[in-house]
Design a protein around this ligand. Structure first.
Ligand SMILES: [Zn+2]
Length: 104
């Protein structure tokens, strides 16, 4: 596969996968307390396929990319959940007839 490289303009997005040693939790259980997982540099992520550990510098950038992508996905999910919710509320109001309030 040919890689299009534009040096200095765009950082490469490295595909990551969950660390198999700590199962993506970034820490492993020590005897008394949790220890930072050395197999993934305490990130919970390794390079997909090669399972290489990223350096701290590269890790920060790659995790930022991943976080941004995840935030976009969450925003999209929330938007569609809001649509579903308002549709649900609308049908509820029609069904329940509005006033369900019991005073006294
Ligand atoms: Zn790990």
């Amino acid at each position: 596969m040919q890689k299009a490289r534009v040096p200095g303009f765009k950082r490469e997005r490295i595909e990551l996968e969950s660390c198999s040693i700590c199962e993506g939790r970034a820490v492993v259980k020590g005897v008394f307390y949790e220890l930072v997982c050395t197999d993934c540099n305490g990130s919970g992520w390794v390079v997909r396929g090669s399972k290489l550990v990223l350096s701290s510098d590269e890790l920060v950038t790659q995790l930022s990319f991943k976080l941004q992508q995840t935030q976009r996905e969450i925003a999209a999910l929330k938007a569609s959940a809001n649509v579903a919710m308002s549709l649900h509320e609308k049908s509820n109001r029609l069904g329940a007839g509005g006033t369900n309030y019991t005073g006294d």
